[in-house]
Ligand binder design. Structure first.
Ligand SMILES: [Zn+2]
Length: 453
């Protein structure tokens, strides 16, 4: 027995392995397609490339909601917006005039789960909608609407606390890609061509009309957005530099993701065609108002011990809140999978198989109650009362409704969404029955593998 114990203890002179450490680098309002690992042709993200070389990049990561509170609540709990409850409810939603509901009391956060295992969990967040219960489990939770450099100063300071040997989870939340894009000039790429006097529209004032967004305005807006991406990427670089300098980068779990994307007038015509009506002040710009690709598709890169799939691009659709069961499995924290609406991606990270699933998004902030299903490179967006359902091809530069040319696919994805809605309702204890055809459909979609047959 003594020999066995001796064999497990560190031998003389060797360092015991350090306690686990996790940094969640969460960039508010970051659409995937402005990042080079996601195909952008401008050099916005050299430091994210460094991280990708160390981990897996999920090419089709979708948010389960299009605005901060419900999306971040899912990201930090692993459950769908209709289960965690954080967000706006009712058939007509208007964030400007309604107070959102907070996180359901019986849904634990990742920080609570890790805290129960003895972790030191701390957060620095820059958007007041990262709250409403999301602070639960963090022993320190700083909310300050400030720039990314300050968040990274804090992150680097809190990576190690002298005398504190507990495992560490840091949430670093950055707001710089959100309106009004107040970034240092040095990060704006090719700021303006010589002689270009085009004013950058004041996006913080949403009163300009749809017609005011000329192609030149849109390009200027995206130039500024790319600059914001460069700025947050430079802060990621500071974190990577620090971890490389002290030799701890291989022992640190690093996750880079976002709560939702951002529209810059991509889908104005689509929304009009589908009969969407928005509150007076909402334009086809920003987020929270639709469930289209530019608002839902975000980056997801995961690196750390046990991640073998370094530099691997994972093509299948996953949801951002798959992160919670993934991290729990990587970190060896037990949980009941039935408590979550997400799936672990550890098999993918270990290079064993490719995870892909159908993703449902809902929980808008402005307008009717809509829902979207994302699967196999297509998205079906079902409108609320008086609004049309549209079928979209992922990555379609024309942003056109393909319903008329793909009638079979329209029916198929509609039936998928019905089945997933029935599953969600039955899990929440309603009397909804899932019929045998829906069961077969759900199994084919990657659901029901752990649910009671
Ligand atoms: Zn947000």
């Amino acid at each position: 027995m003594l020999l066995l114990l001796g064999a497990c203890a560190p031998s003389g002179g060797e360092q015991p392995s350090p306690p686990p450490r996790l940094v969640l680098f969460l960039v508010d309002t970051l659409r995937a397609d402005r990042l080079t690992p996601y195909g952008h042709d401008r050099p916005t993200s050299p430091n994210l490339e460094r991280l990708v070389a160390r981990g897996a990049v999920f090419d089709q990561a979708w948010s389960p909601a299009p605005w901060t509170l419900p999306a971040t609540a899912s990201l930090l709990t692993g459950v769908d917006p209709d289960r965690h409850g954080a967000g706006l409810h009712g058939s007509w939603r208007d964030l400007a005039s309604q107070v959102p509901d907070g996180l359901a009391a019986d849904v634990p956060t990742l920080a609570e789960r890790l805290g129960d295992e003895g972790w030191r969990c701390e957060a620095f967040v820059t958007n007041p909608f990262v709250g409403f219960g999301l602070e639960r489990g963090f022993e320190s939770f700083t909310l300050r609407q400030t720039e990314a450099a300050e968040v990274l100063d804090w992150t680097l300071e809190r990576l190690d606390v002298p005398g504190d040997e507990r495992p560490t989870f840091l949430l670093a939340h950055l707001i710089d890609c959100h309106d009004p894009l107040l970034i240092p000039d040095e990060f704006v790429l090719d700021a303006r061509p010589p002689g270009d006097r085009l004013p950058v529209p004041d996006i913080s004032n949403r009163t300009f009309s749809t017609l005011a967004m000329t192609p030149e305005h849109r390009a200027a807006r995206l130039r500024l957005y790319d600059g914001a991406v460069r700025y947050v990427d430079a802060q990621l670089g500071r974190l990577l530099d620090s971890l490389e300098a002290d030799g701890s980068i291989d022992d640190t779990y690093l996750v880079f993701t976002s709560d939702h994307g951002e529209e810059v007038f991509e889908s104005a015509a689509l929304a009009r065609g589908a009969g969407y009506v928005q509150p007076e002040t909402v334009r086809p710009l920003g987020h929270g108002h639709t469930l289209f690709e530019e608002v839902l598709r975000v980056p997801l890169v995961i690196a750390g011990p046990g991640v073998e799939a370094r530099g691997l691009h994972v093509p299948g659709a996953v949801a951002t809140h798959d992160l919670v069961p993934t991290l729990l499995e990587l970190l060896g924290v037990d949980h009941d999978p039935a408590e979550l609406d997400a799936r672990s991606l550890v098999g993918t990270l270990r290079g064993e198989h490719a995870d892909a699933r159908a993703v449902v998004s809902r929980g808008i902030a402005f307008g009717r109650d809509r829902s979207a299903l994302l699967r196999d490179g297509w998205s079906l967006v079902r409108g609320g009362e008086g609004e049309a359902t549209v079928l979209l091809r992922v990555g379609d530069p024309e942003h056109l409704d393909r319903s008329a040319e793909e009638p079979d696919r329209l029916l198929e994805l509609g039936a998928d969404l019905d089945a997933l809605n029935s599953l969600a309702q039955s899990r929440r204890g309603s009397a909804t029955q899932i019929d045998p055809a829906q069961r077969a459909r759900l199994r084919a979609l990657g659901y029901l593998d752990r649910d009671q047959e």
